[in-house]
Design a protein around this ligand. Structure first.
Ligand SMILES: *[C@@H]1O[C@H](CO)[C@@H](O)[C@H](O)[C@H]1NC(C)=O
Ligand SMILES: *[C@@H]1O[C@H](CO)[C@@H](O)[C@H](O)[C@H]1NC(C)=O
Ligand SMILES: *[C@@H]1O[C@H](CO)[C@@H](O)[C@H](O)[C@H]1NC(C)=O
Length: 893
C-alpha cells in the first residue's frame, strides 16, 4: 500500500485537533462553584432558578458545594474574567443582596436566597504546569555492598537494584538512610495502608508496582479517566515517587519503603485542571486512602507567593476533619526546590499549612542540598539527591529503574513511606499524632550547623532541617507506643490594626505606618484567659497573618519573637521577588514554637532593605495559636473564613462580601521545575544558617537550569540585586564574548536534547501504540499539528527546566480526551492569562538595616518616634469563628 500523501495526513491531524478543540476549548458554558447553606431555607433548586444557573453536580467530596453553569455569556473571554460587573450570575447575586426596596415582598425572598449562598465563585481552568526532571545521567555503580547484602540475605530480597538504593541501606554513610530495614525484619512492611501520589500519573502496569496498585484510590483528573496512566513522554515523576513507597519486593528494580502497602495515582499535573478537580483529587477515596503525597506546589522561582483557592482549602480541611473516618487525611508536601533562588517554603500556601507535613531534603552524606527550601514551617527532612548521588527507584515502563530521581519531590515520598509503615501498625493515629511523633523523634544532623537553635521546649530546630531527619525505626517504634492526642483547638487573637491600615476582601490596602530603617515592631499579648476560654492546653503551630504594602516584596523581612525569646523568621529577603502587591493578609506558619508556653507578649518586627527607594507600610497583623484541647468533650470544629484578607477583621457571619473572591489561574509546577540540573551532583553544605538576620544566607546562586530567566548564567553578587547585575553586564564588553559562548553552548545543548528526545519519543510511541484505548496518539497529533518545530525545541529545553516552555506546552498537551466524561469539564477554557510577573525589573541594593527595636504593647512604634501605631490588640478575645490556616494571598505570576 502506498503511503498516504502528506496533505491528507495534515488534514487528518488538523481535523483531530479541531475535534479536540471544539469539545474542550470552545466554551459553551461558564462554570461556578456555589456553597449552599440549606439551613437558611431556600432549596438549591430555588437558588439555582433565581440565579439562572443549572446545577451540574456536587463538587468533589464537599457537602453543599455545587458545580453550576450557564451558557457562555461573552464571546470575548479574556475581558469578562476579571470584571465581576460583566458577569450576569455574579451581578444577579449582588442584586439579591441589595434589593431595591425593603417593602417589596420579593426583597425578603431575595435576601433569604442570597443568605443561603455562602460562597459563589466563577471557575477557571487552571494550568498545572509540569516539567521534565533533569536529564538522566548514569549513576555510580558500587560493586561492594556488605551492609545491603546482610539485609538481602535476611529478607530474601531479589530486587537487582536494591544495593544501589542507598536511602534504604547506605554503605558509605551508614548513619544516613531512612532506617527501615529493621522494621521489615519485624514484619512492618505497610500492610493495609494506601498512599496516593498526587502527581503526573502512575504506571500501574509496571511489574514493580502492579501488585501494589490500588485502583479505587486512583483517577486521572487531567483526562477524566479512571486509571492514572502516564501518557506524556515525561510523565514519569509520579511513577518514580510511587516506587519509593510501594515498589514490590520482587525481581524488578528495587523495593519501596512500605513494600506491602498500596499505592494509588491521582493524575493532576499533566495538563490544566480546575479547582473543582484539584479539590476532588485531594479528597479522592479519602476513607480508604490514608496519605496524599504531594510533590508539587507554586513555582519555586523565588518570586511566587501563592495559596490554594478557597475551594481547595475547603477540600483539605474536609480531608483533615472527615478523611480516614475522622482521623484525618495525611497530606505530605515537598518543601520546594527553590533554595538556590532564595525561595522559602513560607511563601507557599500548601507547604506552610498546618495541615501539611512539610518535608525538606538532605543528601546521602547528610548535607543540605542546594535546592532544598528552608522556612519556619519545615517539619522534617528525608533523604534525596545531592553531593553526587540520586534516588534509585522504579521508572515508567514494564520493568524499568530510574537512577536520577531527586529534589524535595523525592524526599516527600520517602517520608510518606515511613508514615505508611507507622499507620500499618497504628491505623488509629490522627494527622496530628503523626506531626507530634515527628517533632519528638526527628534527629539532629550536622550538630555544628549554625542554623540549629533551641526551641523553648528544648528541642533543636532548624529552618533547613525542621526538627531533623526522619529516622524510620525511631518513628515507627515510637508510634507503636504513642498515646493519641486530644482534639485540636485554637486561639485566634484579634488583629492589630496599625496606623489605621485597612485592607479589602481583594487585598487592596491603604494606610499603615511607613516601614522605617530598623523596622516596625508591634506586640500581641496572650493571656491565661485567652487560653482557658478556648479550651487550649498545649501549643503546636502558630500562624501569623500580615498586611504589608510594599513596592518590592522581596525586600521585606518579617520575624516574630515569642514571650520566651524564641524567634521565628517568617520572611527573609527574596532577591528576585520584585512584586508590588505586598502581603495582603498573607498567612505565615511556624512549627518552631511547638510545646512552648504561649502566654505573654509576642512581638513582630517588619523591616525592609532600607537603603533603596523601595518602601512600604505595615498595616496590621494577627496571631493564631493551634494546639490541643484541655477538655476533649467540648472540642469545636474549625471553620474557614472567606474574609481572611479583610482588615480590620470581620466575623464571617457578617453579611455577604461586596466583592466575590474568584478563583484565579495558577500554575503549580512540580518542584522539579526549579530543581537545579546539578541537584544530585552539587555538594551539599552544613555550615550556613538558612537566614542570616532575616537575610537568606548567601547561597542564592542562579543555577544553570534556570535558563528561563534569560540571565540564567549570571550570579547575583552579595551587594547587588539580580537586575543590576544584568545591566552591569550589558554595559560591559565582555558581554559580547559571553553571549557568543552562550549561543554555542545553547546550540550544543539543543542538539543533544533533540536527539535524546527523539529517541525517547520513539520509545514512548512503541510502548503506547500497543495499548488499547490509549489516547497518546491523539495528544501527540494535536500537539504536533500545532507548530511542531518550535514545539520540539521548546520541549527539549523544558527538560532542562525552562519556565516558559511549560505554559505553552501544557496548553497543547493538556488536551483532555475524556470519553463520556462529565459535561462540565468540557466548558472549561484554556484561556487564562499567562502567568507572568507584572513587575518591572528594578535595581536592588542590599544593606543591613539598623537593628533598633521598639516595643509597644498592643501597638506599634517606629524607632524614629514618628507615629506610634494605634494598636487594638486588647479587643475581645476572638474565638476564631471561622478562619483558615490557608491564605488567599496575591497571586502574581
Ligand atoms: C537506626 O535506628 C537505630 C535505633 O534507633 C539506631 O541505633 C541506628 O543508628 C539508626 N540508624 C540510622 C542510619 O538511622
Ligand atoms: C473503604 O472503607 C470503607 C470503610 O471505611 C469500606 O466500607 C469500603 O468497602 C472500603 N472501600 C474499598 C473500595 O475498599
Ligand atoms: C532613588 O531615586 C533617585 C531619584 O529618583 C535616584 O537619583 C537615586 O539613585 C535612587 N536611589 C536608589 C538607591 O535607587
Amino acid at each position: 500500500m502506498r503511503p498516504l500523501p502528506s496533505p491528507f495526513i495534515i488534514f487528518v491531524l488538523l481535523s483531530h485537533y479541531t475535534v479536540y478543540a471544539t469539545r474542550h476549548s470552545f466554551h459553551t458554558h461558564d462554570y461556578y462553584v456555589l456553597e449552599h447553606n440549606p439551613s437558611v431555607g431556600p432549596s438549591l433548586s430555588e437558588v439555582s432558578r433565581t440565579l439562572g444557573v443549572q446545577v451540574v453536580e456536587r463538587a468533589g467530596e464537599l457537602d453543599n458545594f455545587w458545580v453550576v453553569r450557564v451558557p457562555k455569556q461573552h464571546s470575548s473571554t479574556s475581558l469578562s474574567r476579571r470584571n465581576n460587573g460583566d458577569d450576569r450570575v455574579l451581578t444577579t447575586f449582588d442584586a439579591l443582596h441589595h434589593p431595591p426596596s425593603t417593602r417589596d415582598p420579593n426583597s425578603h425572598t431575595a435576601r433569604r436566597i442570597a443568605d443561603s449562598v455562602k460562597h459563589l465563585s466563577r471557575q477557571e481552568l487552571r494550568q498545572r504546569v509540569k516539567r521534565a526532571p533533569p536529564p538522566i545521567r548514569p549513576g555510580n555503580d558500587n560493586s561492594k555492598h556488605p551492609l545491603a547484602q546482610a539485609v538481602i540475605d535476611k529478607l530474601g530480597i531479589h530486587d537487582p537494584q536494591f544495593p544501589r538504593q542507598w536511602h534504604l541501606v547506605n554503605e558509605q554513610y551508614p548513619e544516613h538512610m531512612m532506617n527501615v530495614s529493621m522494621l521489615w525484619e519485624m514484619g512492618i512492611t505497610g500492610h493495609g495502608v494506601v498512599t496516593a501520589l498526587v502527581d503526573d500519573g502512575l504506571d500501574y502496569e509496571s511489574d514493580d508496582l502492579a501488585a501494589n496498585f490500588w485502583g479505587p484510590g486512583s483517577h486521572d483528573y487531567n483526562d477524566h479517566e479512571d486509571l492514572p496512566r502516564p501518557k506524556l513522554f515525561d510523565d514519569h515523576h509520579g511513577t518514580r515517587c510511587a516506587g519509593q513507597i510501594g515498589a514490590v519486593k520482587n525481581n524488578v528494580c528495587g523495593v519501596g519503603i512500605a513494600y506491602d502497602s498500596k499505592i494509588a495515582g491521582l493524575r493532576i499535573l499533566s495538563g490544566p485542571i480546575s479547582d473543582i478537580d484539584e479539590a476532588a483529587a485531594l479528597n479522592h477515596n479519602y476513607q480508604n486512602t490514608s496519605i496524599y503525597s504531594c510533590s508539587w506546589g507554586p513555582p519555586d522561582d523565588g518570586k511566587s507567593m501563592e495559596s490554594p483557592a478557597y475551594l481547595i482549602q475547603r477540600a483539605i480541611l474536609n480531608g483533615i476533619q472527615r478523611g480516614r473516618d475522622g482521623k484525618g487525611s495525611v497530606f505530605v508536601f515537598a518543601s520546594g526546590n527553590g533554595a538556590a533562588f532564595g525561595d522559602q517554603c513560607n511563601f507557599d500556601g500548601y507547604t506552610n499549612s498546618i495541615y501539611s507535613i512539610t518535608v525538606a531534603a538532605i543528601d546521602y552524606k547528610g548535607l543540605h542540598p542546594i535546592y532544598s527550601e528552608a522556612c519556619a514551617a519545615n517539619l522534617v527532612v528525608a533523604y534525596s539527591s545531592g553531593s553526587g548521588n540520586h534516588i534509585v527507584t522504579t521508572d515508567k515502563g514494564k520493568a524499568e529503574c530510574a537512577t536520577t530521581h531527586g529534589g524535595t519531590s523525592a524526599a516527600a515520598p520517602n517520608a510518606a513511606g515511613v508514615l505508611a509503615l507507622a499507620l500499618s501498625v497504628r491505623p488509629d493515629l490522627t494527622w496530628r499524632d503523626l506531626q507530634h511523633l515527628i517533632v519528638r523523634t526527628a534527629e539532629v544532623i550536622n550538630p555544628d550547623d549554625p542554623d540549629w537553635e533551641k526551641t523553648a521546649a528544648g528541642r533543636p530546630f532548624s529552618y533547613k532541617y525542621g526538627y531533623g531527619r526522619l529516622n524510620g525505626y525511631e518513628f515507627v517504634t515510637a508510634a507503636q507506643k504513642w498515646q493519641v492526642v486530644k482534639p485540636q483547638t485554637w486561639v485566634e487573637l484579634p488583629a492589630v490594626q496599625i496606623g489605621g491600615g485597612t485592607s479589602s476582601l481583594i487585598g487592596e490596602m491603604s494606610g499603615g505606618l511607613p516601614i522605617v530603617p530598623g523596622g516596625i515592631t508591634s506586640t500581641i499579648t496572650v493571656t491565661k484567659e485567652d487560653l482557658e476560654q478556648n479550651n487550649f492546653d498545649s501549643l503546636e503551630h502558630i500562624t501569623v497573618r500580615v498586611w504589608i504594602s510594599h513596592d518590592r516584596r522581596g525586600d521585606v523581612e518579617v520575624e516574630v519573637t515569642s514571650p520566651n525569646g524564641v524567634k521565628s523568621i517568617l520572611a527573609a529577603r527574596r532577591r528576585i521577588d520584585a512584586n508590588k502587591d505586598g502581603f495582603p493578609g498573607w498567612r505565615f506558619m511556624s512549627v518552631k514554637h511547638w510545646d512552648e508556653d504561649p502566654r505573654g507578649i509576642w512581638t513582630i518586627r517588619v523591616s525592609d532593605i532600607a537603603a533603596n527607594n523601595h518602601t512600604g507600610h505595615f498595616l496590621g497583623w494577627q496571631l493564631s495559636l493551634f494546639g490541643s484541647t484541655i477538655d476533649a468533650s467540648i472540642a469545636r470544629e474549625y471553620e474557614l473564613s472567606l474574609f481572611e484578607k479583610v482588615l480590620p477583621s470581620v466575623p464571617s457571619v457578617n453579611g455577604p462580601p461586596s466583592e466575590h473572591p474568584s478563583t484565579t489561574t495558577k500554575a503549580h509546577p512540580k518542584p522539579t521545575d526549579h530543581l537545579p540540573g546539578n541537584h544530585g551532583e552539587a555538594e551539599g553544605e552544613a555550615d550556613k544558617p538558612a537566614f542570616d538576620n532575616g537575610h537568606p544566607a548567601d547561597n542564592a546562586e542562579q543555577p544553570p537550569s534556570s535558563s528561563a530567566t534569560a540571565s540564567g548564567t549570571m550570579v547575583p553578587t552579595a551587594d547587588e540585586g539580580w537586575f543590576s547585575d544584568m545591566s552591569a553586564l550589558v554595559s560591559n564588553q565582555k558581554w559580547v564574548f559571553g553571549a557568543a559562548t552562550i549561543v554555542i553552548v545553547f546550540g550544543l545543548i539543543a542538539g543533544i536534547f533533540l536527539c535524546r528526545r527523539a529517541a525517547r519519543r520513539r520509545r514512548a510511541k512503541d510502548h503506547y501504540s500497543a495499548l488499547p484505548g490509549d489516547d497518546l496518539a491523539l495528544g501527540t497529533m494535536s500537539r504536533s499539528s500545532h507548530a511542531p518545530r518550535s514545539k520540539e525545541l521548546y520541549d527539549a529545553f523544558g527538560e532542562q527546566g525552562d519556565e516558559d516552555d511549560v505554559d505553552e506546552s501544557t496548553h497543547l498537551r493538556g488536551g483532555p480526551v475524556a470519553e463520556g466524561g462529565l459535561g462540565f469539564h468540557e466548558g472549561f477554557l484554556d484561556d487564562e492569562d499567562p502567568n507572568t510577573p507584572r513587575t518591572a525589573p528594578t535595581p536592588a541594593y542590599r544593606d543591613e538595616p539598623e537593628k533598633r527595636q521598639a516595643l509597644a504593647r498592643g501597638g506599634a512604634t517606629s524607632p524614629g518616634g514618628s507615629g506610634s501605631g494605634s494598636g487594638s490588640g486588647d479587643g475581645d478575645g476572638g474565638d476564631g469563628d471561622g478562619d483558615g490556616s490557608w491564605e488567599h494571598a496575591s497571586q502574581t505570576r
